[in-house]
Design a protein around this ligand. Sequence first.
Ligand code: MD6
Ligand code: FE
Length: 217
Amino acid sequence: MMETLDLFGLPAQDPRQDLGPAAVVLRGFALPYVEEVVPAIDVIAARSPFRHMVTPGGFTMSVALTNCGELGWASDRRGYRYTRIDPSTNEPWPSMPESFSRLAYEAAKAAGFENFRPDACLINRYLPGTRLSLHQDKNERDYAAPIVSVSLGMRATFLFGGEERSDPTTKVPLQHGDVVVWGGEDRLRYHGVMPLKDEPHPLLGSQRINFTFRKAG
Ligand code: MD6
Ligand code: FE
């Protein structure tokens, strides 16, 4: 069968790509929100700056992170946890902008998860060379709610594995505006991000920003 080509003669991307029974990539879903959401990143980072956290194993993470929402994800030598107070500023995390909650709610709905009301948004910043090693997300209280993950800026290769660290992984290219939603039986699958190449993005330059929205509390 002949492949569909877009306006530029490039293969047209399927707007939905299933990664599992309850995990889907929604291509470009966040694009209509970019104008509202991107400027808010700087407002959040002015109050709770991006920082490199230390893992319980003593390694400094190559990804820099901050949070918005009632709860924020944090790591130190004692473990991973959600906190109401930013440990670097001793102030509450900045509140979640309405445009963020709306994006997360609509993406979850498009993926088949009704009424998603996240209380936490982890904001990761990747620079060229930054990677995120394979991990499971399991610090949330309730695994019934999905996770909504938004990619902005430079493209990255997302690795999606199984329930054991040693399970084979598939490589999923993620671009500016793509949203991954996962939950249900896929909730505890290992995943990570390969080291980023330096291919500056027209809007965000040499960085990739990822939001992961969760119902953590
Ligand atoms: C990232 N994402 O894409 C890292 N976790 O930068 C994650 O670790 C992640 O995308 C849980 C669910 C979706 C994700
Ligand atoms: Fe994760």
